[in-house]
Design a protein around this ligand. Sequence first.
Ligand code: F6P
Length: 365
Amino acid sequence: MAAKRIKRIAVMTGGGDCPGLNAVIRAVTKTAINRYKLEVWGVEDGYRGLIEDHIHPLNTNDVSGILTIGGTILGSCNSSNPFSYPVQSGKRTINKDVSDLCVANLKKRGIEALVCIGGDGTMCSAAAFAKKGLIVMGVPKTIDNDIWGTDITFGFNTAVTTATEAIDKVHTTASSHHRVMIVEVMGRYAGWIALHAGVAGGSDVILIPEIPYDLSKIADYVKARSKKGKRFSIITVAEGAKPKGGQRVVFKTEKNSPDPIRLGGISFVLAEQLGQITGLSCRAVNLGHIQRGGSPTPIDRVLGTSFGHYALELLMKGQFNRLVVWKEGKLGDVALSRIAGKIKTVRPSNPLIAAARAVGTCFGI
Ligand code: F6P
């Protein structure tokens, strides 16, 4: 059977933003218009724009000059799930499946396919839309690098670069004041940012969610350094790290988000506990959303451009409902239905952990 000839597509960015989103929007839009003469529409603020019908045409001028700019020209949202969306029912707010409305808003403009640029929450809904008959192409974004099926997501390299620069800066002040400095990085339930930025910044201790830590081991380690004349230590901790048998530190809960838990604050807890046990001066810094901002690195610009272009090539070949991935050094794709609901965490057997251990890094165990 010949592949359906697509004439009109929409593109949206969902979930938490990250550097490189504009590179993908630009690649999708320019490839669609220049190479395939398609009509392109932009959806504002992720799935919220589909629900509230904020969809407008995009032309090549709209996406010109955005490659180097962080964030997303379309806006994003990580708290609107079209399959469980809060609506007013009399005096009560109830959660309703409004996905049919989203499909209708696309159909009335003759839009046949949707390019969803997002993380695992966005891809879960994308897979559910595909089941409803909408043609969906996924592009994996997130600073967390935790999307299953791809070795790398765009946004990760920029976040690691930003976090590494911060760790480098903290190094000098830690050294001047003979302190233990604890740098908290994002990543949700995966330790990719902490592991990579921690190694790149020469952290003495790296704590990741996948390896629950023992506080006394960290205390012994920094005390031993102190005795050896290394009068400061740098600890990089992932926001999702937790002690053996203990809990993660939750900053807040966002009721309507597909993933309501917001982690954050572990660095301050650790600084207090370590200060008490060791008697050393400890300070914490949480890098927070700084990791999501700024201009994308060249790697993320290249990845974003490649992903966006590849998504269009797949679509025009009739390979529908796929997630573009980077696997073993090359572009590829997997079925959206295969990735929904899974995340990719750091395996304790990851070679970078072995390399870090070999140079003396402590993982808190
Ligand atoms: O998924 C990206 C991310 O930045 C996580 O690393 C972090 O836990 C979360 O989003 C923060 O979400 P919000 O922007 O809602 O605070």
